[in-house]
Write a protein that binds this ligand. Structure first.
Ligand code: ZN
Ligand code: ZN
Length: 411
């Protein structure tokens, strides 16, 4: 076994142990690119070794996806057959744990008609409704993790000469971000989860009514619903088992009040969304709704996203990440939300997580909406943090408590 193979195997074991926390009798659903078959085999093996009953692999392929988007009409792309929905619903019924390993080229759909992308995104959002509701309420264990795809590595490390060097550098960055090089990565994660949960608890105890963001180009007042709950890594599924939904993760996050967001906010990192890159976005909010938005790159795709449904023009997530987070210190732009969101304060357009409200996972969709949690067929994070960002928490009596100063925790 080469050193890389040893690391890859260790990585697979970490995802299975900490990420979805596989134990006796579990069904595991793995979504992964064909180029990552060696990792898929290690994940499958690790899951069976921990007692999984069944591991099902769903393969994807960037090149075939691009061919599909090039040759199929928008209507064909938006026609999601019933068996696809039934399959997705079946795995939710089964209580299957889901691992999605992302390695996609951030520019995959560059040049593809944005209307096709928008139509497909919307159709998939509707078709996968049950799955989204189940994962957003943590009914099943789920994990988003990464693997170093060639095109993605080229985008992150353009100055390296060969594809081998680029891929090796990206793997190294991925391994570092999940603390794989620690003596005991599993113990390290237990400690990390505790630190993030303590921070979340502190924010919950303060019972803020709103957060006020200021930074160059940004002046945003963001209301929080009553009984909001910030969460850090480490969630509980319906069976009471602990899992970690994102690896890496550095954030603590909650749900904003979908109708109490006012002011202006600018993005500070590129966003890879639906195979396209969006840059230098600016959003104006009034009563929670985006009333005006622009982007220096990808504006049309951004406008299609905002128009996807009513909830797509409101916020569903508010996440805090210090500017000195390990991923931010790498100095890299990953063009991949799993990494870039964990290097920066961020917000998300679209659906809110039910568990971000006290008792939310027991509520119906209508009750969540009533409580101020945004509902939508989409959920897209965008990065707004920088070393110049200040955030105040506002209390019921109007008092202001510093939460962030110059991009770092102040609470
Ligand atoms: Zn987030
Ligand atoms: Zn998010």
């Amino acid at each position: 076994m080469t050193q890389f193979e040893k690391n890859l195997k260790k990585y697979a074991e970490l995802l299975v142990a900490v990420g979805i926390n596989v134990s006796e009798g579990h069904t595991v659903l793995l979504n992964i690119d064909v180029d990552q078959a060696p990792l898929a085999r290690y994940i499958t093996e690790a899951a069976y070794n921990r007692g999984a009953k069944k591991v099902v692999v769903q393969w994807s392929d960037d090149q075939i996806s691009r061919l599909d988007f090039t040759h199929q009409t928008a209507d064909t792309l938006a026609d999601i057959p019933e068996y696809v929905v039934a399959e997705s619903d079946y795995f939710i019924e089964e209580g299957a744990s889901r691992i999605s390993v992302r390695s996609t080229d951030p520019d995959l759909f560059n040049g593809i008609d944005s209307k096709k992308i928008a139509k497909r995104q919307k159709a998939m959002g509707i078709a996968m409704k049950k799955m989204r509701e189940a994962t957003q309420a943590n009914r099943v264990s789920w994990l988003v993790a990464a693997a170093a795809g060639e095109k993605w590595a080229e985008k992150v490390f353009p100055h390296l000469e060969t594809s081998e060097e680029q891929v090796a550098a990206l793997w190294d960055a991925i391994f570092k971000s999940v603390h794989l090089y620690e003596d005991d990565p599993i113990a390290y994660w237990e400690h990390k989860v505790q630190i993030l949960q303590n921070k979340a608890q502190q924010l919950n105890d303060e019972k803020f009514t709103a957060l006020h963001y200021t930074a160059p180009g940004t002046d945003l007042l963001l209301g929080l619903p009553k009984n909001y709950r910030f969460e850090g890594a480490g969630s509980k599924n319906a069976r009471g088992e602990i899992f970690v939904a994102n690896m890496p993760t550095e954030e603590v996050f909650s749900a904003p009040d979908a109708h109490r967001v006012d002011g202006v906010v600018v993005s500070t990192k590129p966003l890879s969304y639906a195979g396209s890159i969006l840059e230098n976005m600016e959003f104006h909010f009034k009563d929670g709704k985006v009333v005006e938005c622009s982007a220096e790159k990808g504006e049309e795709i951004l406008k299609d996203l905002i128009a996807l449904d009513e909830g797509a023009s409101h916020l569903g997530e508010v996440a805090l990440v210090p500017h000195s987070s390990p991923i931010s210190q790498s100095g890299l732009t990953f063009f991949n939300t799993l990494f870039d969101e964990n290097a920066s304060n961020h917000l998300a357009l679209g659906s809110a997580y039910a568990f971000n409200l006290e008792g939310g996972t027991e509520m119906t969709e209508a009750q969540l909406k009533e409580a101020g949690l945004n509902r939508s067929h989409t959920h897209v994070d965008f990065m707004i943090g920088s070393s110049e960002m200040n955030i105040d928490g506002i209390k019921e009596d109007g008092r202001r408590i510093p939460i962030f100063r110059n991009g770092e925790w102040a609470i």
